[in-house]
Design a protein around this ligand. Sequence first.
Ligand code: ADP
Ligand code: MG
Length: 198
Amino acid sequence: MMHPKEEKTVIIIKPDGVKRGLVGEIVSRIEKRGLKIIALEMFQPSKKQIDDHYPKDEKWIKRLGSKTLKNYEEYGIDSKDKKEFGTADPTEIGKAVRSWLLDYMTSGPMVKMVVSGIHAVNMVRKIVGSTMPGQAEMGTIRGDFSVDDATAANRDKRSIHNIIHASESPEEAEHEINFWFAPEEIHDYKRAEEDIMF
Ligand code: ADP
Ligand code: MG
């Protein structure tokens, strides 16, 4: 079994994060926590690549729609209203959200990283914060630097702008590492503080 220190995850700084000059801040937060950057590159993806990066199954698409419905409910908005979606079907809403996501993730260059460390997947998700920046805790990247949510984004027919992507599970991380990185782009080295921190 792999040592917990060797767990890997993928972070992508989205176009809004790059354009707002937050690359250094994000890299710094990851490094200071004791997570190690083992691959890093700026790139401009195609729509096809983003389409293959995110899951395509009905369950995942329905989940996107459910995030909208939950957020609408919290703010008393009726998704069946004509100026919103005109439906309360999470799959139908999820399909629209997914297509806006492809536009957003190809709207400018992004920075992709592989990060390793103790429970890297969960650790990075904690540092990143909730999908909806408007509800993300202070101290998280999304909570400190963004304010968007589904009620605003969906009204404007666009994806939520939330600065950063991070794999949600070790399985998602494995798919994303294989998809975005060649083996020779992932590096192995020892950080100076490793003997002291863990
Ligand atoms: P996360 O990025 O936190 O893992 P998801 O995997 O659920 O979140 O969704 C992928 C991305 O799609 C989000 O980061 C966000 O940019 C966008 N998104 C998710 N849900 C919605 C929604 N209901 N409306 C608009 N955009 C959304
Ligand atoms: Mg996700």
